[in-house]
Design a protein around this ligand. Structure first.
Ligand SMILES: NC(=O)c1ccc[n+]([C@@H]2O[C@H](COP(=O)([O-])OP(=O)(O)OC[C@H]3O[C@@H](n4cnc5c(N)ncnc54)[C@H](O)[C@@H]3O)[C@@H](O)[C@H]2O)c1
Ligand SMILES: Nc1nc(=O)c(N)c(NC[C@H](O)[C@H](O)[C@H](O)COP(=O)(O)O)[nH]1
Length: 226
């Protein structure tokens, strides 16, 4: 699986406010870039807290990108993937509408009944892990469904876990010209944090977009002791 993490953060590294409400950091140029990145992958993934706070559609806005995918023999939109260990995706969430295929990654902590309710709504549950989603195993299961590339749009808990499991190939960060503050506000990578050894990033490009900066990194090394 080729995994690209994409997120927008403030200058002080926050991806949302301390109230965890959706925060518009990107401008139009960056949102257009995100749409093109979505169009280039087999699936777009978020953690369930992002679904609960932002209710994203995770589909393509630009109809010409939909047309290009269709002309290439692909589905009109990439598949949507939610990491949701305990079955907390709201039934009315936009990721569960019928615009695109949706996979909900769950653990054995969810009930058969919950998984059946997802199937009745045309989403595909994947069970990986006993208490929390085992992301490596879940990616193997997604690969069996033909998903070979995935873009992860956050949030900070999921992004940290992916780095901790050494599953990230590329990182793209848009830094908007704003300060958000708040010691409890989510950052690009939350979780338990690394100590002593850290993911090894190689800076590949820097570009000004809107009133901010896009930073693109390759993740080069798994040398960390978490
Ligand atoms: N600015 C941005 O680019 C951006 C992007 C996405 C989300 N956000 C913001 O981030 C916040 C949500 O982020 P968050 O960090 O609270 O939650 P998150 O979206 O990362 O979801 C975390 C949840 O995912 C589930 N999960 C399942 N398996 C997991 C695993 N192996 N590791 C980690 N989580 C796993 C758990 O239920 C966990 O509680 C919201 O405020 C949202 O607005 C910002
Ligand atoms: N690139 C980006 N810039 C931002 O300023 C911001 N707040 C997000 N946040 C990611 C989050 O998941 C958003 O809710 C979706 O980017 C909205 O996605 P939809 O168009 O509804 O699919 N992402």
């Amino acid at each position: 699986m080729h995994v690209v993490v994409n997120a927008a953060e403030s200058v002080d590294g926050k991806i949302a406010t301390r109230e965890r409400e959706q925060l518009r950091i990107s401008g139009p140029e960056d949102f257009a870039r995100v749409d093109r990145l979505r169009a280039s992958v087999d699936a777009v993934m978020v953690g369930v807290e992002t679904v609960r706070s932002d209710d994203p559609s995770l589909t393509l806005d630009d109809e010409s990108l939909v047309a290009t995918r269709t002309a290439d023999g692909k589905s009109p939109h990439p598949a949507r993937v939610v990491a949701d260990s305990r079955g907390r995706t709201p039934p009315e969430a936009r990721v569960l509408d019928d615009t695109a295929e949706t996979y909900i990654l769950t653990s054995e902590a969810t009930t058969d009944e919950y998984r059946r309710s997802l199937e009745e709504g045309d989403a595909t549950p994947i069970v990986a892990g006993s208490d929390r989603v085992d992301l490596g195993a879940a990616f193997e299961a997604l690969a069996a469904h033909g998903i070979e590339s995935i873009m992860v749009e956050g949030g900070g808990e999921l992004i940290f876990s992916l780095f901790a499991a050494d599953l990230v190939d590329e990182l793209r960060v848009y830094v908007g010209s704003m300060i958000v503050g708040g010691r409890g506000a989510p950052t690009l990578a939350d979780g338990d944090g690394f100590v002593g050894a850290f993911p090894d990033l190689s800076l590949e490009s820097v570009e000004r977009l809107d009133d901010g900066v896009l930073l693109e990194y390759d993740v080069t090394d798994a040398d960390r002791g978490d």
